[in-house]
Write a protein that binds this ligand. Structure first.
Ligand code: HEM
Length: 403
């Protein structure tokens, strides 16, 4: 059995199901991500499978991630989908608890604890017609609008089913990915898969918001679970519309390539004007620390705004977008170098919201008109998934839809 011996039993912090580090502190996203976990507890940290919400939404960033979409096999419908969700839920529950698979475990995660493993399941637009459930499809799953700067690869976009796997150990994450793929059996086939990473727990002695591959602190202004409007912004209300989405959320997934050669040619000062924040500590260009409020009106001696009008961190603010907000919980990716030496690297941008039309869509519409960052990135794949609420004990994820 894989790593159950010395694992600490860690509970969830209220409804959000935050993982607790060894010191008992919540490792919430946007607080201090994975780095806050003392190294000794990396393997033993456990996130609960059962809960009000699915795991993998409010937990701190994990060092490894796999995003994988499946399409139902020809002939597979609602019955097969229900059986698959039941299998997947049991696998997720076992592995998140650090238990081995009952049959044919590959031993890949042997000796490791659950390492904050989370497994999150979602349904894409096409799932509902295939399972005869078109009437149950939420309006919020209507396809995202086309954006003028999109260069999307259809083969790596969307899909009937989506699984997000995250863990603080690469072997634990792969072990879960392989188990999920094998569980699919004849019912579903992998449509696309993407692999990502974040900083490893313990890598820095002064924990701070994680950096992306452009070197910026990314996640500073994320909504925090402690804020009174957090649930309203991120989760579908418990009253649910449709009811099977109660306490669920919508995930927008974008594979965003960073044009790193162009970016890295900029001076640090120019890079900081693109975002509107300092590269060193994430503080707004108007001063203070990472958490000091940005002064949107402040001008320099020549009368120019200190945070340029097209700076990414100005344009994306909720107060510039009719209150639109989302929880960004990305992984970085690097899929090697093109033949001409250009890195195929960037952000597996995953953002969570109660309604994409009050989150991702209005903000991306604005970015699409050209913020300063746009010329250094390229959206190459896209997905939108309905992620139902968490499964209660004895339930599987999606049961309220499929039974
Ligand atoms: C803020 C980077 C794409 C939405 C930020 C910040 C950075 C950043 C460095 C400032 C620190 C922070 O508050 O996190 C990037 C990079 C991107 C990217 C490198 C692409 C590779 C996007 C996209 C969206 C988005 C596609 C949504 C459509 C936001 C939001 C904020 C933000 C909502 C916070 C605004 C606030 O509340 O003040 N981003 N971003 N970003 N970004 Fe992005």
């Amino acid at each position: 059995m894989a790593g159950v011996s010395r694992r600490k039993l860690l509970g969830t912090a209220g409804a959000t199901g935050l993982v607790l580090g060894a010191a008992g502190g919540a490792v919430g996203y946007g607080a201090r991500p994975a780095e806050a976990t003392p190294l000794a507890s990396v393997g033993t940290d456990e996130v609960m499978f059962h809960g009000k919400h699915q795991s993998g939404i409010t937990q701190g960033l994990q060092a490894r991630g796999h995003l994988v979409a499946f399409d139902l096999a020809a002939g597979a419908g609602r019955k097969e989908a229900a059986a698959l969700m039941r299998r997947w839920s049991e696998t997720a529950r076992r592995l998140m608890a650090g238990e081995a698979m009952t049959q044919d475990d590959t031993d890949v995660a042997r000796d490791a604890g659950p390492s904050s493993l989370t497994v999150t399941f979602g349904f894409g637009h096409s799932f509902f017609a295939r399972t005869g459930l078109a009437k149950q499809r939420p309006v919020a799953l209507d396809p995202l609008p086309d954006f003028s700067s999109d260069q999307l690869d259809k083969a790596r976009s969307n899909g009937d089913l989506w699984v997000q796997i995250g863990a603080n150990d690469a072997l634990v994450a792969f072990h879960a990915l392989r188990a999920i793929q094998k569980d699919a059996g004849g019912a579903a086939r992998v449509r696309w898969q993407m692999n990502g990473f974040n900083r490893s727990p313990g890598a820095t002695s002064h924990p701070m918001t994680a950096r992306n591959l452009m070197g910026q602190l990314d996640g500073t202004r994320n909504p925090k679970p402690t804020e009174s409007d957090f649930d309203r912004r991120i989760f579908v209300p418990s009253s649910g519309d449709p009811s099977w989405m109660a306490d669920g959320s919508y995930a927008v997934v974008r594979r965003i390539r960073m044009l790193l050669d162009d970016w890295e040619r900029l001076s640090v000062a120019a890079q900081e004007n693109v975002i509107g924040r300092r590269k060193s500590n994430g503080a707004a260009l108007t001063g203070g620390t990472e958490t000091t409020a940005m002064d949107l009106e402040k001008a320099d001696a020549q009368g120019n705004l200190v945070v340029p009008l097209n700076a990414h961190a100005r344009i994306t603010r909720p107060d510039q977008n009719g209150g639109a907000a989302m929880l960004r919980r990305p992984f970085s990716y690097h899929d090697g170098f093109d033949a001409d030496g250009v890195p195929d690297a960037g952000l597996l941008f995953v953002c969570w919201q109660a309604d994409p039309l009050r989150g991702f869509v209005p903000v991306q519409r604005k970015l699409d008109r050209g913020d300063a960052l746009s010329q250094f990135i390229r959206h190459e794949a896209s997905g939108l998934f309905a992620v139902p609420g968490g499964a209660a004990e004895g339930e599987y994820v999606g049961q309220r839809l499929l039974e």
